[in-house]
Design a protein around this ligand. Structure first.
Ligand code: ACO
Ligand code: OAA
Length: 527
């Protein structure tokens, strides 16, 4: 299909629909005659160059006037219509086809940047950065998302509330579907419900687990931490890597991204079943609950774990969506990108990412939060405690040399919007839950105490401060499992970047290090 963008103009008085087309971003939209009815189309619409083909594509992408109206309000005007449809610029319901059209455009942009602006400076590197975990050092290209210190995450420029408003949910007004987030992160475009449904179907069709992956997990003692079991399962899935096969078969560089896409989609599709098996094996009867063909990705994961309460299904959609991506520098995402850079396939890269996520200062913090909250309840015999009691407990934690889990961040300097949207979910569905109320109280008491320490750069809660009480409320009480949920979600952010890494020909990552002697010598010279 030739690349093109459409927009439409719905005349509110006559209710006539005009189709506008353009084949390049640099030319204005052209008004085309639009066939309202398929029977009015006399031109062959199988010919990609015929206007009728484009009209039919348009017809498929915006399935009904009522849908357009419900998206844009009763009286949409040209500007809002064009803006909306710019994000809807293709009728591809197949993600691979969509990506194939985008790859040359992105390759061109990167080539141009390198050629014309390769020497532009992005900042300076200080001793603090080298000794301080590279905070604030811009050194990675990451397409899917960016974290603003005050506003938090934006997925392809969209904040969480914007995603909640604009991305398709399982029902009108529902939380964004993880499939929609995946489509957005990979393509930069807001998918239609049809595109999301098609992707959900694609993921379900890829979700077959080879028996040896279960056996590899079974080889570990049941007592093994769920994250170790999870990494083992992912490594077992690697046996089927399409990238590895293609590389051994001599595939050329220009096509690396294609088997990377296959591996990434297979990986994303298969993770929930592997993850659910670990849960059922460790905490339940060990019986596998099969995938339900009528459910979307997030809901299916909950279902395979053994939870079918519609509210829990909806929470899982939100959970997976908001945990998917957090720009490129966080430990798990950066690890995946680094490990993939010598052309290790997505399974190898993602298993490494999970090992980083399993650290208590990163993803494991959600486990630590619920454990810490439970220890508060155990200490006082009730979650209903006074501010003074809570304050004493926080000081006890700090004085024993531990961090307050769920608070602080490497980039954020305000409350994490992922915390806020989980709080809003809880306020709607479980306002009277005693642990939720304790979490709310902790948010009042912890920040002033951390601020008083004088060294904590961000005293506010992060995503992990909230997720546990919601999961616990819906019956997923085994906190040691929580990071597995995070891991499944993170695949949706990491995998798109791995595909783009290969499509854009990103090189092997190899920064320069410095010895202590050399650092001292350089500092001596500059002072
Ligand atoms: C999904 C995620 O990964 S979100 C983060 C999840 N992790 C947690 O919630 C664990 C608790 N938080 C922390 O340990 C930290 O805030 C981190 C790891 C998230 C960020 O670390 P940094 O960027 O180094 O934070 P920062 O620059 O503010 O640290 C300065 C000092 O404050 C301390 N500090 C930071 N946060 C906390 C906290 N929540 N409780 C106690 N002390 C803290 C640090 O340990 C450090 O102390 P030190 O100088 O004695 O070593
Ligand atoms: O951004 C970070 O460093 C950690 C984090 O919140 C995430 O990975 O979700």
């Amino acid at each position: 299909m030739i690349p093109f963008q459409f927009a439409y103009f719905l005349d509110p008085r006559s209710t006539h629909l005009f189709l506008l087309l353009r084949t390049s971003l640099s030319i204005p939209f052209q008004i085309q005659p639009f066939c309202h009815h398929r029977s009015h189309c006399f031109l062959p619409f199988h010919d990609p160059s015929s206007p009728c083909f484009l009209q039919m594509a348009f017809f498929r992408s915006v399935s009904s006037l009522s849908r357009i109206r419900s998206r844009l309000g009763q009286q949409p005007n040209l500007a809002t219509s064009v803006r909306w449809l710019q994000g809807q610029s293709s009728s591809n319901t197949d993600l691979f086809s969509e990506l194939k059209e985008l790859v040359p455009q992105y390759q061109e942009r990167v080539k141009k940047l390198k050629k014309e602006h390769g020497n532009v400076e992005l900042g300076k590197i200080t001793v603090d950065m080298v000794l301080g975990g590279m905070r604030g050092m811009t050194a990675l290209l990451w397409l899917g998302s960016a974290v603003d210190p005050d506003e938090g995450i934006r997925f392809r420029g969209m904040s969480i509330p914007e995603c909640q408003k604009k991305l398709p949910g399982a029902f009108p007004g529902g939380e964004p579907l993880p499939e929609a987030v995946l489509w957005l992160l990979l393509t930069g475009k807001i998918p239609s419900k049809e595109q999301v449904d098609s992707l959900a179907q694609e993921l379900r069709s890829r979700a077959t687990i080879p028996d040896y992956a279960y056996k590899a997990i079974d080889a570990l003692p049941v007592s093994t931490h769920p994250m170790t079991q999870f990494t083992t399962g992912v490594m077992a899935l690697q046996v089927q890597s399409e990238f590895q096969k293609a590389y051994e078969g001599g595939i050329g560089k220009a096509r690396y991204w294609e088997p990377t896409y296959e591996d990434s989609m297979n990986l994303i599709a298969r993770l929930p079943a592997i993850a659910a098996y670990i849960y059922r094996r460790k905490y339940k009867d060990g019986k596998i609950i099969p995938l339900d063909d009528s459910l979307d990705y997030g809901a299916n994961y909950a279902h395979m774990l053994g939870f079918d309460d519609p509210e829990m299904l909806e929470f899982m959609r939100l959970y997976v969506s908001i945990h998917s991506d957090h720009e490129g520098g966080n430990v798990s995402s950066h690890t995946a990108h680094l490990v993939a850079s010598p052309l290790s396939d997505p399974y190898l890269a993602f298993a490494a990412a999970l090992n980083g996520l399993a650290g208590p200062l990163h993803g494991l913090a959600n486990q630590e939060v619920l454990r810490w909250i439970r220890s508060i309840v155990a200490e006082f015999g009730t979650p209903n405690i006074s501010t003074e009691q809570l304050s004493d407990f926080i000081y006890k934690t700090l004085n024993s040399g531990q961090v307050v889990p769920g608070y602080g961040h490497g980039v954020l300097r305000q409350t994490d919007p992922r915390y806020t949207c989980q709080r809003e979910f809880a306020l709607k569905h479980l306002p009277n839950d005693p642990l939720f109320q304790l979490v709310s109280k902790i948010k009042e008491v912890v920040p002033p105490i951390l601020t008083k320490l004088g060294k904590v750069k961000n005293p506010w809660p992060n995503v992990d401060a909230h997720s546990g009480v919601l999961l616990n409320y819906y019956g997923l009480t085994e906190e040691n499992y929580y990071t597995v949920l995070f891991g499944v979600s993170r695949s949706i952010g990491v995998a798109p970047q791995l595909i783009w890494d290969r499509a854009l020909g990103m090189p092997l990552e190899r920064p320069k290090s410095i010895t202590l002697e050399k650092l001292e010598q350089l500092c001596g010279k500059s002072s």
